[in-house]
Write a protein that binds this ligand. Structure first.
Ligand SMILES: Cc1cc2nc3c(=O)[nH]c(=O)nc-3n(C[C@H](O)[C@H](O)[C@H](O)COP(=O)(O)O)c2cc1C
Length: 223
């Protein structure tokens, strides 16, 4: 069991505290805190808005032993502001003289039901870890991230059951200094509700939103 590790959660969703990225990342952070690690969380989009914020972000990363990136899939990739942040971190790491081995874990959630849509984003994070000399501890990928609905993971009910179990396992691995297990990765990628139900609920949600914006009859419009 490792002790006194500093863990930094960077949330890459512009929705910040209301995001599924926050719920997933914060749950893992909580478990690592319970296990004795020192934890801290920050929002990439908030910090990247100013030069001072960017500097604070770099300082936080420098001081961390384990970095958790939790973010939504945007067009099969990472949100643009997050890419900009990773580029800044890479510049800092290239100049770094410290020798401590830092670790990186990624959590990606997306809107489509298939977690496999996140494979490219996970590969990007793995490559980033390699480039900045962080030890890659694994990527957890969740499809149908909408089921969390802006709540804490503990309150997200049955639909988030597998995500909670997966993150419990991942926390145990990380507390023991091990990479995230395949069991955790597989559980995270498995939707707790049937795909047809997720699609039905999502379609209802879109229709409700369209109605609220007076666009209910425009959903089938094409350019
Ligand atoms: C600009 C944008 C691009 C997106 N691109 C994808 C995508 O390529 N594939 C996908 O499955 N979901 C995509 N989504 C959906 C988000 O990944 C999904 O809603 C996610 O659950 C949001 O997580 P968050 O609450 O952490 O921000 C996109 C959403 C936005 C706003």
């Amino acid at each position: 069991m490792e002790t006194h590790k500093r863990v930094l959660l960077l949330v890459g969703s512009p929705k910040g505290p209301e995001s599924s990225s926050e719920a997933l990342g914060r749950y893992l952070l909580g478990k690592l805190g319970d296990g004795g690690f020192e934890t801290q969380g920050a929002y990439i989009h908030t910090l990247m808005r100013s030069a001072e914020g960017q500097q604070a972000l770099l300082e936080l990363v420098k001081a961390s032993d384990i970095l958790i990136l939790s973010f939504p899939l945007y067009v099969d990739s990472l949100p643009a502001t997050m890419i900009a942040a990773l580029e800044r971190i890479a510049q800092q790491q290239a100049k770094a003289t410290q020798t401590k081995k830092q670790k990186l874990v990624a959590i990606v959630n997306n809107g489509f039901p298939e977690a496999s849509q996140n494979n490219t984003a996970i590969a990007i994070c793995k490559r980033f870890a390699f480039e900045v000399h962080f030890e890659w501890m694994g990527g957890l990928s969740m499809g149908g991230g909408g089921v969390i609905g802006g709540q804490q993971l503990d309150r997200a009910g049955f639909a988030a059951k597998n995500a909670r179990k997966a993150l419990d396992l991942a926390a145990k691995d990380l507390l023991e200094g091990e990479p995230v297990s395949q069991q955790a990765v597989q559980l995270m990628a498995k939707m707790a509700i049937p795909k047809w139900l997720y699609i039905m609920i999502s379609n209802r949600g879109w229709k409700k939103q369209a109605k609220a914006f007076g666009a209910a009859d425009k959903l089938e419009n094409q350019p």
